[in-house]
Write a protein that binds this ligand. Structure first.
Ligand SMILES: Cc1cc2nc3c(=O)[nH]c(=O)nc-3n(C[C@H](O)[C@H](O)[C@H](O)COP(=O)(O)O)c2cc1C
Length: 188
């Protein structure tokens, strides 16, 4: 794990590239009093350029902060953080300061009150763009306002929840850019 931060701005136009692989996320919120973290496996890109769908339900303490502030940070952990990330999703900010307990570092964000997660290789500052399906389906459409990348922290890359407490990590990358003939502009 690199000690010093080499975090730089990541283009908003490319934010879907961070979410499209289906990473397990840490969602950082701030309720006006203190910051919290939760684990999220249900997420997907909705549009190129930074619209992201995220499921956060009222069973999560984080839900109240997201609803009240309309802001959060989506942080993408690499697989070496998997055990701590799962632990974050198995307790509540109602009861515990998860930053301290699991050794995650809050870093001030540029646009939102919720902090970035220092240990994660990518952080996306978001505002709520559409909450029309939040009541019925716990579905929040977020707009990326700023994004950050810290390449050395990417390590072996993001990891994915298989829905049952087992996880897969990224294996070999298949480079099929030469077959993306209709979508050439996405391959630059
Ligand atoms: C691997 C994993 C994936 C999860 N995915 C989601 C999710 O997509 N949406 C959700 O609302 N909760 C999800 N959870 C549950 C929350 O992380 C969990 O309820 C957490 O305790 C909420 O923390 P909070 O009460 O501090 O907000 C997941 C938990 C784990 C371990």
């Amino acid at each position: 794990m690199p000690a010093a931060s080499t975090r730089t701005a990541y283009p908003l136009a490319d934010v879907h590239r961070l979410i499209e692989p289906g990473p397990v996320l840490l969602v950082s919120t701030h309720d006006g009093r203190r910051a919290n973290l939760m684990t999220n496996g249900f997420n997907m890109p909705v549009a190129h350029g930074g619209l992201i769908a995220l499921i956060v339900g009222p069973w999560d303490h984080s839900h109240a902060a997201l609803e009240a502030t309309g802001e959060c940070v989506l942080a993408i952990p690499s697989v070496d953080l998997a055990e701590r990330v799962v632990d974050v999703g198995n307790c509540s900010g109602r009861d515990v300061d998860k930053w301290e307990r699991f050794g995650f570092t809050p870093v001030p964000a540029a646009e939102v009150a919720a902090p970035l997660v220092g240990e994660c290789f990518a952080n996306i500052e978001c505002t709520v763009a559409d909450d029309r399906l939040a009541a019925d389906h716990h579905l929040w459409i977020l707009r990326a306002e700023r994004a950050w990348i810290d390449p050395p922290r990417r390590g072996a890359g993001e990891f994915h929840h298989r829905g049952d407490g087992t996880f897969s990590a990224n294996a070999a990358t298949l480079d099929l850019r030469h077959r993306m003939t209709k979508w050439r502009h996405l391959t630059d």
